[in-house]
Design a binder for this molecule. Sequence first.
Ligand code: SAM
Length: 280
Amino acid sequence: MTNGWDESAEAWIRDMGVDGDYSRRHVLDAPMLARVAAGAYGIALDLGCGEGRFCRMLAAAGIRSVGIDPTEALIADAKAKHPGGDYRVGRAESLDFSDRSFDLVVSYMTFVDIADIASAIGEIARVLRPGGTLLIANLNSFNSAGSWVQHKGKHRRFEIDRYLEERASWQSWRGIRIKNWHRPLSTYMTLLLGAGLQLRHFAEPAPSSGDAVTAEQYRRVPYFLIMEWQKPISLPPPAKIERPMRPSSMKTPGSRSAIVPMRTRSMRVDGFASSGRTAW
Ligand SMILES: C[S@@+](CC[C@H](N)C(=O)[O-])C[C@H]1O[C@@H](n2cnc3c(N)ncnc32)[C@H](O)[C@@H]1O
């Protein structure tokens, strides 16, 4: 089923222009670029790169990148605007890259667009090299649960409702009509922590430029968040739990009872046990 991106690609390209929309130019680009500049990255993956604007910014900062996006028209536009760039059609939920391929993964306003966010975060953790960074800009969950409403005919107020209820909804603006996901912040945090990533930076950026009237709207309500997560260089030493195995006494018709003696085993308790992965 469509999420609206194929149908909205043309309007999106028009809306972004070369420099991006208000949110990107006046709120998000500066802190995102500052985080990039604070690290030392050779190769980056831009997940949901759209028409490739942030990949071009990474290139200007001397960082090689691969941009992936499922929307073919956006990838075609990214290639046209940046012939030397590496842009591929692909989805976050199933990345066509080997383990530990990237120093940096950027998700610039894409988590709200990704239907299967659990698979996407698992894939991000897989393709990051140990010590690598995931840099996220996303719509604040307190925003995606809300909307502006007219209050007593005069003031507009922002109302948040059904915060804990994950849901997709159609959003429309300036000819763009796409499906976005609202998820409570705890959904993202739980998945990122569960993937073994460690939070290094958290910000709710305010406009740093732009016209005052629009900036005021961005200051009134929760809008965006920026997070930086790191994949640990090595896993912490596995905690050993001496856990008694159950003595099992199994009796099947015609067989003698098999008594398995009590013994102990150690198991990992760091969240990676289920994947069977022992180190990155
Ligand atoms: C809001 S745009 C952001 C584009 C770009 N990162 C930017 O900030 O300008 C969201 C992008 O996510 C892409 N997208 C939608 N579903 C996706 C998925 N499952 N995996 C990766 N990208 C996806 C869309 O095609 C779209 O280009």
